[in-house]
Design a protein around this ligand. Structure first.
Ligand SMILES: NC(=O)c1ccc[n+]([C@@H]2O[C@H](COP(=O)([O-])OP(=O)(O)OC[C@H]3O[C@@H](n4cnc5c(N)ncnc54)[C@H](O)[C@@H]3O)[C@@H](O)[C@H]2O)c1
Length: 317
């Protein structure tokens, strides 16, 4: 197949691209390297076409040769990372919405399949767990904080995708739940697992937000790639949305303790856990309902937390 991956130099995208190339697909990456890195693709860089352009700009898609022969678009380009949601909400909305609209239009022009990387944050602060496809999205008053610039942009992206489906596009939605693994950004704009690991390695401390009782369903990168591939390759899934997340809930305090023990095991160094106020709007739980995912994709997360954390930590040493 000929496959376009927007955001293909990022954490999820680069692992997906590597796997697609291994399966002999022809892959085109559209990424402006805002957060992704070309080096992420060094193992396959001579086997892909890399277009370093903005996925919000319709002209970027004109650089793709023979667009009519594209079979599948994975749309992963987005501004991700909680700190950005608070600091640059308009940039988050601009990029996440416009890149989704432009990539959808491109898929419609090519009449090809489309997979949209949404997020459980599209449900906002919904407390109904596990999060199933029919759960309503719940967003608080806008003057309270800016966090939901991200979740709301994903919600609107899902609406756009569903509209395209009604217009005849074969589009599907996936929602990764707290992905982690090698290449996940660990600086202050990063995501929780790598942030805790980087902070333990560089500063011998791990910061836990709030009291650490909030839980997440951490999902290893290899499992997410398998889910993305299934969502893109199986016939007859137009209009369906798939949660891709582990069913094992882990509190953030437990995560900090697991990482602290792992760092000690691998480096002999000890780490202290420090508590700080969290980000407003951070949900208490985020647990996926996998009913549709199991039924249609035959998918569930297979990697144990122990193995996934060890692989991630070793990639950072
Ligand atoms: N990682 C997760 O756990 C997770 C969870 C839920 C949803 N998602 C979604 O999955 C997708 C991939 O996430 P990720 O963790 O790999 O994030 P990431 O930040 O590592 O990857 C996003 C990529 O998009 C690129 N990008 C940003 N703006 C762009 C633009 N205007 N034009 C072209 N490229 C642009 C970045 O450079 C980066 O390579 C995102 O849409 C994200 O919202 C990820």
């Amino acid at each position: 197949m000929r496959i376009l991956v927007t955001g293909g130099a990022g954490f999820l995208g680069s692992s997906l691209v590597e796997s697609l190339v291994e399966q002999e697909h022809e892959v085109i990456v559209l990424d402006n390297c805002w957060r992704g890195k070309k080096e992420h693709l060094h193992l396959v860089d001579n086997r892909i076409v890399f277009i370093e352009q903005d996925a919000c700009d319709a002209d970027s898609y004109r650089m793709i040769e023979n667009p009519d022969s594209i079979d599948l678009v994975y749309h992963l380009a987005a501004i991700n990372g909680t700190k950005w949601f608070h600091e640059e909400p308009r940039m988050v909305m601009d990029v996440n919405l416009n890149s989704t609209l432009r990539s959808l239009e491109f898929a419609e022009e090519c009449n090809c399949r489309y997979v949209f990387a949404s997020s459980p944050e599209a449900f906002g602060e919904s407390e109904r767990m596990p999060l199933g496809n029919d759960a309503p999205s719940l967003f608080p008053a806008s003057h309270l904080h800016q966090r939901h610039a991200y979740g709301a942009s994903k919600y609107l992206g899902e609406l756009a995708v569903q509209h395209a489906v009604r217009q005849g596009l074969d589009a599907r939605i996936v929602r990764p739940f707290n992905g982690y693994g090698p290449r996940l950004l660990g600086d202050e704009y990063g995501q929780v697992v790598s942030m805790m690991m980087e902070s333990a390695l560089l500063r011998n401390e791990i910061i836990v937000h709030g009291d650490g009782s909030q839980t997440r369903s951490l999902t290893f990168i290899d499992d997410l790639v398998t889910g993305l591939e299934a969502a893109g390759s199986i016939e007859g899934l137009a209009g369906l949305s798939f949660n891709l997340g582990s069913e094992d809930e882990l509190s953030m305090l437990e995560l900090a303790e697991r990482i602290s023990a792992l760092v000690e095991q691998e480096t002999g160094r000890s780490t202290i856990v420090r508590f700080e106020p969290g980000h407003p709007g951070d949900s208490k739980r985020r647990l996926p309902d996998l009913t549709l995912t199991k039924k249609h994709l035959n998918w569930r997360a297979m990697t144990s937390l122990e193995d996934g954390l060890l692989q991630t930590l070793r990639s950072m040493l």
